[in-house]
Design a protein around this ligand. Structure first.
Ligand SMILES: NC(=O)NC1=NC(=O)NC1=O
Length: 173
């Protein structure tokens, strides 16, 4: 899909296509639509990120809270979004053994108890060993730094999802 096609989309079409670039936060796509026309993918991405950066901390933490846990209950319930399902299965997080799943659940619970939002990591770049290693490492970070790190991961996930969409053939959308 080229950027001209993106710029020609009406509001509904744009939110249908880009509404889950940031997991379960269609409001961001709804807001970004009014910034069109976009010069290219980078420009589109910049507007998604600028919206996130301009939010108060409560809004930024709200974005994190919209993310399903990695290898969490939504994997088992089958309620993940299509994008998250692809990302998590790609990292081997949907086929963990009971011990590994329990260890991640415990680390996720400790992380959420410490920071008040879920552990977020771009699973596409990761694998099951790296996820638990990163979770254990970031659990020890100062809160202000960890919020920035987590939002950086949200942006990595968003960048990958945008790149997929712009490469996608409109006929398949
Ligand atoms: N808590 C998370 O990090 N969730 C996710 N990471 C991804 O890459 N996709 C997700 O749904």
């Amino acid at each position: 899909m080229d950027i001209e096609k993106v710029n020609s989309m009406d509001f509904g079409e744009f939110v249908d296509v880009f509404g889950n670039v940031i997991e379960r936060c269609p409001l961001i796509a709804a807001a970004v639509w009014s910034q069109r026309p976009f010069s290219d993918l980078e420009d589109l991405k910049k507007h998604f990120f600028a919206f996130i950066d301009a939010l108060p901390q409560s809004g930024q933490e709200g974005i994190l809270r919209c993310h399903p846990d990695l290898a969490g209950s939504e994997v088992r319930r089958g309620t993940l979004t299509a994008e998250s399902q692809r990302e998590q299965s790609g990292a081997g997080l949907t086929t963990l053994g009971a011990d590994e799943r329990l260890r991640l659940a415990e680390l996720n619970a400790q992380y959420r108890a410490r920071f008040g939002f879920p552990f977020v990591l771009a699973a596409r770049f990761s694998d099951r060993a790296a996820v638990s290693r990163e979770l254990a490492r970031r659990l020890l970070c100062p809160s202000s730094q960890e919020l920035r790190t987590a939002l950086g991961e949200v942006k990595k996930i968003g960048s990958l999802r945008l790149a997929d969409l712009l490469r996608a053939d409109p006929a398949k959308l």
